[in-house]
Design a protein around this ligand. Structure first.
Ligand code: PLP
Length: 483
């Protein structure tokens, strides 16, 4: 990036001993060398960079954009003109955004640096997802929209890729209660065919009365593996919904308990056999080795068209981005081609900056901590459960634990979230399943409960204190609304 010989030649003109200059060059080299490596190898650095290095690198790229050329005559209707330098700061100088009207990933003539940043974000995404488990992935792109909007875009991308599927009008959606993917399906124009889930213990009981076959055996194992208090949508039930109008299936790996991950290997096999599309909502699943391995297995064993993951939930960026990945490079191209117009560079910048800052090593360390913290959360909640005569439900979610609220009445349950909020605990979800079923992803879940998370980036102290506060809030609502 910096021409060593040229610098030496310039510095030689100063009357400074050459051994001192050589020494100075060592420091300068170690500042810029990692940047050269990233630009050459197009993957995140192993060791994270300092903010000074990141700023320097971004300035370097941004100065390739035409709006930073002081001699340029700018007579277009848009020339990255901004009202205040503050906006330059907020965008790190990538004011042209990304993409051109016909393609989200096309290079922009006025934004050479921005285009490189855009391309770098995609290679970072592909590299990181392969490293964390999706070994045979072929394409990935960072999209400046959240998970739901990106699911919508990916589905439209598949429609663009397979024009002969035009007559297909239905999408099968194993029930999970989040409005974002539900609205995403609505936006695609496809009819949402929701497949109801069932309680794990109930399914196991039913299976015992049925004649054992391989399918039942496999699913019973799957339930044992992911927790008997979780809720499941058996692949058999999904299969029954397939008809000549079926476009595909939107499956889910990571969601709030009690929803278990879908049996995406089974669904992928089904999609392949039936020649229909399969989109995986992997919202916060990158942080789970189990889920990432499951996806890899699904890619190997069946059909997977697109896998969507949130950037903020997995990579510690501000909200606004997602990664659309695929074992099929064509899909990524089709998806970027149907994007309407230009887009903000910010979510892409945030993703690149976050990986530059953590480095692969820092990211892997955070994943390790997350696993430890999730285990710690369960231990602490189990202690609390003994004290309060409640139960940590048997749901093996990679980031969350589910805690029963069986000894609280309706009023107390309704008040618990607010009390926790006032104790400055944010993020837990209290669901009174006897009052409402939206949120439980099933019908008639037998226990009211609270879900507490230990996701990537959470600190050990957060977890210990949150469990303490849960005990406090639990007692406060019992006292305040005593029967
Ligand atoms: C967070 C989340 C969503 C919604 O994400 P948005 O970025 O707000 O659209 C959808 N599905 C799952 C599984 C999630 O975890």
């Amino acid at each position: 990036m910096l021409d060593r010989n040229k610098i030496l030649e310039m510095l030689d003109k100063f009357s400074i001993p050459s051994n001192m200059i050589q020494r100075g060059m060592v420091g300068l080299q170690s500042f810029v060398k990692p940047m050269e490596i990233v630009l050459t190898q197009k993957k995140p650095p192993e060791i994270g960079w300092s903010d000074t290095q990141i700023r320097f690198f971004l300035e370097f790229l941004a100065n390739l954009d035409s709006n930073h050329d002081p001699e340029a005559m700018q007579i277009g209707e848009r020339e990255a003109r901004i009202s205040t330098p503050l906006l330059h700061e907020y965008t790190a100088g990538f004011i042209h955004g990304v993409g051109r009207s016909g393609n989200l990933k096309a290079p922009q003539p006025k934004a050479v640096g921005g285009s490189i940043l855009n391309s770098l974000s995609d290679s970072f995404a592909l590299y990181t997802l392969k490293k964390t488990g999706m070994k045979t992935l072929k394409g990935a792109m960072v999209v400046p929209m959240g998970t739901g909007m990106s699911i919508m875009l990916a589905i439209r991308g598949i429609m663009h890729q397979f024009p002969d599927m035009k007559s297909k009008t239905q999408l099968i959606f194993p029930r999970m209660d989040h409005k974002s993917p539900i609205k995403a399906i609505e936006l695609t124009g496809l009819e949402n065919i929701i497949v109801e889930s069932s309680y794990g213990k109930q399914l196991l009981e039913n299976y015992q009365s049925l004649k054992r076959n391989k399918l039942i055996y496999t699913h019973a194992n799957f339930i044992e593996e992911h927790g008997t208090d979780a809720v499941y949508v058996p692949v058999q039930q999904i299969k029954q919904q397939i008809n000549e109008k079926t476009f595909g299936i939107l499956s889910t790996t990571s969601f709030f308990p009690p929803r278990a991950p879908d049996d995406i290997v089974g669904i992928a096999q089904l999609a392949k056999e039936q020649n229909i599309a399969h989109i995986i909502n992997n919202g916060y699943g990158v942080q789970s080795k189990t889920l990432m391995n499951m996806i890899q297995e699904a890619i190997k064993e069946g059909r997977v068209d697109a896998i969507i993951q949130s950037t903020d939930k997995n990579f510690l960026t501000p909200v606004g981005g997602a990664i659309i990945a695929s074992p099929n490079k064509e899909l990524v191209n089709h998806t970027s081609e149907i994007y309407a117009g230009r887009a903000s560079s910010s979510p892409i910048l945030h993703f690149v900056v976050s990986l530059l800052s953590m480095g692969m090593k820092g990211f892997q360390e955070k994943l390790e901590f997350q696993k430890e913290h999730r285990a710690l959360l369960e231990i602490e909640l189990n202690k609390l459960a003994k004290i309060l005569d409640e139960r940590v439900l048997d749901v093996h979610n990679p980031v969350a634990c589910m805690f029963s609220l069986s000894n609280l009445n309706e009023t107390q349950i309704a008040a618990l979230g607010g009390f926790l909020y006032n104790l400055r605990v944010t993020g837990p979800r209290v669901v009174n399943s006897t009052k409402t079923d939206f949120g439980t992803s099933t019908k008639g879940y037998p226990y009211p409960y609270i879900v507490v998370n230990a996701a990537i980036g959470a600190q050990k102290e957060d977890i210990l204190e949150a469990v303490e506060k849960l005990e406090k809030a639990y007692r406060q609502v019992q006292e305040k609304f005593s029967k």
